[in-house]
Design a protein around this ligand. Structure first.
Ligand code: MG
Length: 459
């Protein structure tokens, strides 16, 4: 199979900087969407792809392991640098092995397959709202517009070990594969993605048009796409743009996204902030012996640092700004966000547990009600009920079983223990026992009536 590769990444129209990264290094292709305060998102997504790129040719079976390796690298890097604490990233990767596309996926970036004019989603979003949709708590339509749809339940850089989804797909000639960050799929309806992917004359045009669509729709987030186009033949055609925007390993550490060879076409003139171009002073060298080393070959592009002045949080919770010149005063937005996610996860676990408990209690209570019987009044007559003589939030906890011909008004005064008859007597544990109470009532009533008749005849 011959593969044409196109790719594009763009800051969008609302964010100050691009925290997405892409990898176009045959046979491996990937997108990563970083998050975390200040510059963490940048570092996380670039670092993830650099580590991933070391998976090596022909070793698709190590793909998931390498994603886990990337997870470890991000966690380690964040531990060693307070300003990076809490950073994380999504990662959706495709490794080509012959005609098979091996996908590895964590987070809410997506892989799509366009085949015979139909768009198929190949990955599942690891988001809270997607889980809610899976559980039937919200509809799929609600999932697409839910205000909390960017809350991730799985990402790299959060905890160890990370679970990695793996999907193998057999490519056919004519197929197009799209990897994209949520900056595309959250802004552009899938039908428009489908149409654009299908109509483009080649992979790079598709990538460019998709980014354009997302920007036209508002461009509220960074947008990154990688498009693979399959045709009969051999080899790989890597578009210049794809090669240019791809993260490069080159011994880089992913610092400040500097591993990307060139800025996307969205920035200020490159000369604008030339004085701030050198690597930020707070980027420490990687620990000795680590396979993650300082950026060497690839200089940090001018303009990058200034564009990082403000950090826009990815998750709901508002926009946070931070100043580059005073890293120690930077609110740990990444940590905050992460803690919030942890808290949410814990809260969800609690709620889940509580719901289970309530359901179990409800079922148990229901079973208990079925074993209870009591004597009460229905339509002025003594009656036997199943359940207990109570209500719960307006729902009766009992049901009528049998209404007798005994007048409640006649029976009630006969014994003090029957005084509560109107509201239902104390429950008993079988119908036979309830029947016995009714039998006693009947006997007592007969007795009283006979005594009365004797009295009246003798008197
Ligand atoms: Mg995004």
């Amino acid at each position: 199979m011959r593969i044409r590769v196109g790719a594009a990444t763009d800051v969008g129209r609302a964010r100050e900087r691009n925290e997405d990264s892409l990898l176009a290094a045959p046979p491996l292709y990937a997108v990563a969407d970083g998050m975390g305060g200040h510059r963490g998102g940048n570092v996380a997504s670039a670092l993830a792809l650099q580590v991933l790129s070391r998976v090596g040719d022909g070793s698709w079976d190590r793909l998931a392991d390498q994603v886990k390796e990337a997870n470890r690298a991000i966690l380690e890097r964040a531990q060693g640098d307070r300003s990076l604490s809490g950073m994380g990233t999504t990662l959706t990767a495709a490794f080509m092995e012959g005609d098979v596309i091996h996908l590895a996926h964590v987070g809410d970036s997506r892989a799509y397959l366009l085949r015979d004019g139909e768009l198929h989603r190949l990955t599942e979003d690891h988001t809270l709202v997607h889980r809610m949709a899976m559980e039937g708590r919200i509809t799929e339509a609600e999932e697409e517009t839910h205000p909390q749809r960017s809350i991730l339940i799985r990402a790299l850089g959060v905890e160890e070990p990370v679970e990695v989804d793996e999907v193998p797909v057999h490519a056919l000639a004519g197929d197009r594969i799209l990897l994209c960050s949520d900056g595309l799929h959250s802004m552009v309806p899938e039908e428009d993605i489908r149409r654009t992917l299908e109509a483009a004359s080649d992979a790079q045009e598709a990538a460019d048009h998709l980014v354009e669509l997302a920007n036209r729709a508002g461009g509220l987030d960074n947008i990154t796409v990688v498009v693979l186009e399959f045709e009969p033949g051999e080899g790989v055609d890597l578009a210049d743009r794809a090669a240019r925007d791809s993260v490069r390993d080159g011994g880089g550490d992913g610092g400040d996204g500097g591993a990307r060879a060139t800025e996307p076409d969205s920035g200020a003139p490159p000369s604008a902030d030339a004085e701030s171009a050198p690597a930020a002073p707070d980027v420490p060298p990687a620990p000795a012996g680590s396979d993650i080393t300082q950026i060497g070959a690839v200089p940090i592009p001018p303009g990058r640092v200034r564009r990082d002045d403000t950090a826009v949080m990815r998750a709901p919770g508002g926009t946070t700004t931070a100043t580059m010149s005073a890293p120690t005063t930077v609110p740990p937005t990444g940590t905050f966000q992460r803690n919030r996610k942890r808290r949410r996860r814990r809260l969800l676990a609690w709620i889940g547990g509580l719901v289970l408990l309530l359901v179990a209690a409800g079922v148990g209570f229901r079973l208990y009600l079925d074993t209870q019987w009591f004597v009460g009044v229905d339509g002025g007559k003594v009656a036997v009920f199943r359940g207990i003589p109570s209500e719960f939030i307006g729902a009766k906890l009992y049901g009528l079983v049998e209404r007798t011909d005994l007048s409640a008004a006649a029976v009630q005064p006969l014994r003090s223990s029957w005084q509560d008859l109107q509201g239902g007597l104390d429950p008993v544990s079988s119908k036979a026992k309830a029947d016995l109470i009714v039998t006693n009532m009947r006997a007592r009533l007969t007795e009283v009536r006979q005594t009365g008749a004797e009295k009246s005849t003798s008197g």
